[in-house]
Ligand binder design. Structure first.
Ligand code: ASN
Ligand code: ZN
Length: 333
């Protein structure tokens, strides 16, 4: 009897054909990623508690791209977890959510037509509903990276999930989700500054959130204002998402991977891009080194400037343009 680390193939609904880290146990393959901390993917089969059943398979070929195949959502969830793990390791030298090499787990097919996904600190796991009519599971790459990043935030800055720190917590998940998408650079889901563009949560093909101009969703804010701590954290995230877009790409009109953006600035002054790799490195270093549970927008600016000074030098072009992107969302000057 052989037991070992394997590489399977799967076809998800959003990521197309992918390779998956799996494990052979006896004569069955398990959706257990032996090379990424043993991250497991479970089928809740409509349940809302526990772990349901670990996905297993006879030939290590998983899913068929359709939501009617139970494994399909599992493929996308497992791929999202593995891509996010790889992103943190490759780009930020972080070894798992707690930086201890230990994997979390994912649960798919939560409830009935449940239109959400969530991270939980208590189970150290992420969970996905199947979406409207159980036809659009919430398992796209950006959603998976968003949820897993809530785990990273909990284990670094610990940003409290209300007030301005809550908006920064949400933005951290959106920012890292965009960075993961760009890092994977998949043909079926290229990188973008949209959140949830694959899961059709509005039923009309529009994304859940826009980082170039957050107010396009009808509720998020483009810039900081003194009462922003009283709105929902998924809307007070807007200015920080906007900061990331502006720092990455600069202000004005731009096309990236076929998507058109047009990013305004609150002070009317243009912002010169530092590039998305620098913006993501600065945000991650700020999150993991300088932000605390009560960090607000003003303190987030300071944290990223400290990070930019560490990484690129005080007064460098990157440092100065990092500050300019904050001024463009009405934080600092
Ligand atoms: N999907 C949502 C999120 O991760 C769940 C929530 O509201 N916490 O933000
Ligand atoms: Zn979130």
């Amino acid at each position: 009897e052989y037991q070992g680390i394997e590489t399977g193939t799967g076809t998800g609904q959003y990521n197309g054909q992918v390779t998956l880290g799996t494990t052979l146990s006896g004569s069955a393959y398990e959706m257990t990623d032996g090379t990424r901390g043993g991250h497991k993917t479970y089928d809740l089969n409509g349940g809302t508690s526990g772990t349901g059943t670990l996905f297993t398979d006879a030939d290590d070929v998983w899913g068929n791209g359709l939501p009617s195949n139970r494994q399909t959502a599992g493929v996308d969830a497992a791929f999202g977890a593995q891509a996010t793990w790889d992103y943190y390791k490759d780009v930020h030298a972080r070894n798992g959510i707690k930086n201890d090499g230990v994997g979390a787990y994912s649960r798919v097919h939560y409830g009935n037509a449940y239109v959400n996904a969530f991270w939980s600190d208590s189970c150290f796991c992420m969970t996905y509903g199947d979406g409207s009519a159980n036809a659009k599971p919430l398992t796209s790459l950006d959603v998976a990276a968003h949820e897993m990043t809530h785990g990273v935030t909990s284990n670094t800055a610990g940003l409290i999930y209300s007030g301005e720190s809550g908006g920064l917590n949400e933005a951290t998940s959106d920012i890292m989700a965009a960075a993961v998408e760009f890092h994977v650079n998949s043909g079926t889901d290229p990188g973008d500054y949209l959140v949830g563009e694959k899961i059709d949560i509005n039923g009309n093909g529009t994304p859940l959130r826009y980082m170039d101009k957050p107010s396009k969703d009808g509720a998020s804010k483009d810039a900081w204002y003194s009462g922003i701590g009283s709105i929902d954290v998924h809307y007070s995230s807007g200015p920080a998402n906007h900061w990331f877009y502006l720092a990455s790409e600069g202000s004005g009109a731009k096309v990236v991977n076929g998507v058109s953006y047009n990013s305004p600035t609150s002070d009317g002054l243009p912002v010169t891009a530092i590039g998305r790799d620098a913006a993501a490195k600065i945000w991650y270093r700020a999150l993991s080194t300088y932000m605390t549970s009560s960090t607000n927008y003003a303190a987030a600016r300071t944290a990223t400037l400290q990070a930019a000074a560490d990484l690129y030098g005080l007064g460098s072009d990157t440092y100065n343009n990092t500050a300019n992107a904050w001024a463009a969302i009405n934080v600092g000057s």
